[in-house]
Design a protein around this ligand. Sequence first.
Ligand SMILES: CSC[C@H]1O[C@H](OP(=O)(O)O)[C@H](O)[C@@H]1O
Length: 364
Amino acid sequence: MGTINSDNSTLVPTSEGPLLSLRWEEDRLFLLDQRLLPEHIIFLELKAVSEIWDAIATMKVRGAPAIGISAAYGVVLAGQAYEGDIPAQWIEEIHKAADYLATSRPTAVNLFWALNRMKDRATLLSEQYSDIKMLNLSLMAEAVLIHQEDEEVCRMIGEHALPLFESGMGVLTHCNAGGLATAKYGTALAPFYLAKERGISLKVFADETRPVLQGARLTAFELQQAGVDVTLLTDNMAAVVMAKGWIQAVIVGTDRVAANGDVANKIGTYGVAVLAKAHGIPFYVASPLSTIDLSTASGADIPIEERPESEITEFYGKRTAPVGVKVFNPAFDVTPHEYVTAIITEKGIVREPYLSTLPELFKK
Ligand SMILES: CSC[C@H]1O[C@H](OP(=O)(O)O)[C@H](O)[C@@H]1O
């Protein structure tokens, strides 16, 4: 595993905006170990494909766009590790690495979107260049482009989402779809950063999001760091804060939107969507086009990752369930499109009928 290069355990809110979770430097990826937040800010230095695979699989890096960006750099590392001078062998190494990285997690479609984009680019480059150094430099440029594009994509999602929220509104979110899950700004959290910049006061309510606590450890952390008004809730409080009239909208991220608008997102999202509908509260999904998968017909076709039992039977190292108890630990659930008020993308906002409105986004 890469070396640790910094630790700042005294965390104070700053107005620096979202904390960046990824930094690429020529032949290594500096990656914020999100398992250790919020107590420790530790960046790992990753220089091998296997380290990238491990970081994705063990959720040191998580969030659909951040996973895709990391995997793209993993493919670059594979190309750089090739020591021969035969382009056909180089491309074989690229495809082998991409297929290996594709096994790290199954649900977030950004992983496969980024890997396919890198494989396609590598194939095109290998038809143009025979020099391995040139191939590697050109392929790295594609990964950097994926990284840079995501920052602009998230900002645009924020711009399209912001008009949905009025000053003084309470907005509930689930899991972490913030700067830590992306290149910067986040998807669902992007409007909160823009609102802060523009003096629009929103009250964010963040579900803690068991079992990995992305809401408590990551969303509450990054919004507090940015000076955004955030209140932490346990996952069983969404109903009461809605009943109290504290919530005027819900916005979440997503790991895969199916062609019919069904949305896979962190476990617990479906329950929040049902509660929102029952209280007449709009339920928005922030999604880059890279997370919309028109080749997946509906939510029933989205592979749902099941994660280790220990995430549920232990609470940060302390056993909280009897040994041998049966456990069900799906990392995601699917919200049927009927519960989705609108999907906010970098190209604009789409609403039902998603089967026809989603493909239009790819034509603009
Ligand atoms: C902007 S994508 C964020 C998305 O990814 C999270 O899952 P995980 O933490 O397991 O990678 C969650 O579903 C978020 O909504």
